[in-house]
Design a protein around this ligand. Structure first.
Ligand SMILES: [Zn+2]
Length: 235
C-alpha cells in the first residue's frame, strides 16, 4: 500500500496535498510570480507545469517576457523527511519525473532527447538547511539527476549542467575512455580537487553545447558557470 492510498476517496484533498508537498521545490519568496499547476493523473502521479520568470532584480538580464517552463509527469517514489514549513508539517516525497520538457525563452528543450537513455530524473525533496549542494545533483552510480529546487532561473542552468555530467560520464570523457564508473571507490577519483575541476569543467562544456544546439541564451549560462566554478574555487 502506498502513502497516497489514504486519499483514495478524496480527490480534492489529494491534489491539495500534492501542491503543498511540491511547494518547497517550486516556490521561493523572491519569485512570487511563479505558477505551478498540478493536475491529478492517477493516484500516484500528477502532471506539473511550473513557470519561472526572472525576479525584478534579474529582469534586466533577460529579454522582455522571458520565462522557463518545466513540464513533467511526476510519480511519487518514496516518503522522505518531514519538513516544518509555514503551513505546518509537510511529508516530503521523492518524485520520479517522466517526459521532462522545458520551454526556455520560446525554445523547446526535451531532456529525453538530450540525456543518455538510462538516465533517471528525480525531484529529491529535502529541507533546504540540510542541503550540501545547490539546485541539482548528478549521481553517476545510479545515473540519476536530482532536482532539489526549481524556483529560480538559475535552477534551469544547473539542470543543464547536471545533464552535462550525465553526458560526460556516459561518454566517459572524464576518465578518458576508461571503464564506466560503477562504485563509490571509482567515483572518489573524481571528487578530489583535480578530478572535481575536470568533471565540473566538462559538465559546463556539455551544458553550453546543449544550449548552442537548442538556441538558448548562452550569456546567462556562462554567468552561471563562472559563479559555479568560483564556488568550487575552480575559476
Ligand atoms: Zn557539477
Amino acid at each position: 500500500m502506498n502513502e497516497f492510498s489514504k486519499y483514495e476517496q478524496q480527490e480534492e484533498i489529494e491534489i491539495k496535498d500534492w501542491s503543498k508537498t511540491l511547494e518547497p521545490t517550486f516556490r521561493d519568496s523572491y519569485h512570487q510570480q511563479n505558477e505551478v499547476l498540478v493536475e491529478r493523473a492517477d493516484k500516484n502521479s500528477a502532471k506539473v507545469r511550473a513557470i519561472i520568470k526572472p525576479s525584478k532584480e534579474e529582469a534586466a538580464d533577460f529579454p522582455k517576457g522571458f520565462f522557463v517552463q518545466m513540464e513533467s509527469v511526476l510519480e511519487a517514489k518514496e516518503a522522505g523527511p518531514v519538513l516544518n514549513s509555514g503551513n505546518g508539517q509537510i511529508e516530503m516525497y521523492d518524485f520520479n519525473c517522466k517526459d521532462v520538457q522545458f520551454l526556455v525563452g520560446g525554445k523547446k528543450v526535451n531532456f529525453s532527447e538530450i540525456l543518455p537513455d538510462d538516465t533517471n530524473f528525480v525531484i529529491k525533496q529535502c529541507p533546504t538547511t540540510d542541503r550540501s549542494y545547490g539546485n541539482g545533483f548528478y549521481n553517476p552510480l545510479t545515473k540519476t539527476i536530482e532536482i532539489t529546487t526549481f524556483s529560480k532561473i538559475d535552477a534551469f542552468f544547473t539542470l543543464l549542467h547536471e545533464a552535462g555530467h550525465a553526458i560526460d560520464f556516459f561518454n566517459k570523457g572524464v576518465n578518458k575512455g576508461g571503464p564506466e564508473v560503477k562504485t563509490q571507490d571509482e567515483l572518489s577519483k573524481y571528487t578530489d580537487s583535480r578530478g572535481l575541476r575536470d568533471i565540473e569543467r566538462c559538465a559546463w562544456a556539455e551544458a553550453l553545447k546543449i544550449a548552442r544546439a537548442k538556441g538558448l541564451p548562452t550569456k546567462q549560462i556562462r554567468k552561471a558557470m563562472k559563479k559555479s566554478l568560483c564556488g568550487y574555487g575552480l575559476k
